[in-house]
Design a protein around this ligand. Structure first.
Ligand SMILES: [Zn+2]
Length: 413
């Protein structure tokens, strides 16, 4: 890289500011575009009072997010401007020796500091805003327990990934990115496989679905759709939030379907099967496999670029460090890559929205479009989802198409 540290710092600051301003502009468009009249497709499900409440929820949540976004931006901008990352590196060198312990301490401190900064906001969002609209079922105890479990898990997974990376860099030199990509691909595969067996039970209680009409209907559908299911589980999602959800995980024959108890409570058997049919549609259309392959390609690509930046002295100096430090360069890499990862994210969201339409179409063809439409309306009412999101906001943020677009596609076929 031929840039001087000071021009590189200007580039880093500009990227941070421009991407914040683009996000802010789109947020403001979204906040100002909310329409309040109720579309005829959903009048049977939404009562006007509830919809008005939904609009208020979105406005309040949106305005609150403006503050957390601004705080995050100011914090990272100031850290860059004042050489805070280099300063932290310098301080830690008095206490910690060795490349890996230094890197672990560096990211440990940064993660802890940014989480502490964000905690009052998470608290307010959960216990004030969500509670006001009846979403929150979390107690203070669960809030803190989740946080500490999250810390432990983050330290374990983050620490292991970083140790693996540092070890691979020492062992494989400039070729480390190939090896690290292979390790990451393996870890992602294992996580996908053990997510419901190992990770979910840490945070939630999973019990097998009891015999009854629902189980019979799901099994009949699974047989007809030639979808091998090993277990159907119910998750006590109601302990945290009344927002409903369903998914399955695992590959091959070890697939498990997980339904939130809140989902079962609120939907008819046909609607529940239709929701599962949508999920099975993702599987049949190979969205899960192609999503995995895309993520792996993305990881390799990012690692290749990282390998070109990791030992750059200019990057470390630009962030205020006195000498080359790989962990400081990781921060610079994250910022420099963000325009590219932003574009990739927009593309992945567009792909994901297309996949949602395909899964809906599959469910319509193999089960029932009407049952899925009514399930989607009910889900949308329960989560108070936005009926008229601004197109720019959908383009940037939505991994799922807005409700009205999905209903229209289900009707037209
Ligand atoms: Zn889907």
């Amino acid at each position: 890289m031929s840039l001087s540290p000071s021009s590189l710092l200007i580039l880093l600051l500009s990227i941070t500011a421009v991407s914040y301003l683009i996000g802010l502009a789109i947020d403001l468009l979204e906040l100002s575009s909310t329409r309040t009249e109720l579309p005829p497709e959903v009048t049977a499900f939404y009562d006007p009072e509830k919809y008005a409440q939904s609009v208020r929820y979105h406005r309040e949540h949106g305005r609150f997010s403006l503050w957390t976004g601004a705080l995050g931006f100011v914090a990272s901008f100031l850290m860059l401007l004042t050489g805070g990352f280099g300063w932290l590196d310098h301080q830690l060198r008095y206490w910690v020796t060795g490349d890996l312990p230094l890197a672990l301490a560096f990211f440990g401190v940064l993660a802890l500091a940014s989480d502490l900064l964000g905690t009052p906001f998470q608290w307010y969002s959960t216990f004030v805003i969500e509670a006001r609209y009846g979403f929150n079922k979390t107690t203070a105890r669960t809030f803190w327990l989740d946080k500490f479990k999250g810390y432990a898990l983050g330290a374990l997974i983050g620490g292991a990934m970083m140790a693996a990376m540092w070890w691979l860099i020492a062992w494989a030199g400039d070729q480390f990115w190939i090896w690290f990509g292979l390790v990451a691909a393996g870890v992602m595969l294992v996580l996908q496989l053990v997510y419901t067996s190992w990770l979910l039970p840490l945070f939630n209680k999973l019990t097998p679905l009891a015999d009854g009409p629902l189980k019979t209907a799901i099994e009949a559908f699974a047989t007809r759709a030639q979808f091998p299911v090993q277990h159907i589980l119910v998750m006590d999602g109601s302990r945290r939030s009344s927002k409903a959800n369903a998914f399955f995980s695992g590959f091959g024959r070890s697939k498990k379907i997980v339904l939130y108890d809140t989902l079962i409570e609120k939907h008819t058997t046909d609607e529940l099967v239709a929701i599962l049919a949508h999920e099975v549609g993702h599987y049949k259309k190979r969205h899960i496999v192609s999503g995995y392959i895309l993520s792996v390609v993305q990881v390799f690509f990012m690692l290749f670029i990282l390998a070109q930046m990791l030992h750059s002295e200019t990057l470390s100096l630009a962030l205020g460090a006195g000498e080359v430090a790989m962990h400081v360069n990781l921060i610079a890499f994250a910022i420099l890559i963000s325009p590219l990862s932003g574009v990739l994210g927009i593309w992945m969201n567009a792909l994901s929205r297309r996949h949602e339409f395909e899964a809906d179409a599959w469910a319509r063809h193999h089960f029932s479009g009407a049952a899925l439409a009514s399930a989607l309306k009910r889900l949308s009412v329960e989560s108070l989802s936005e009926l008229y999101p601004h197109p720019a906001y959908v383009w940037l943020h939505y991994s799922h198409p807005p409700l009205l677009a999905r209903l229209q596609a289900l009707e037209e076929g």
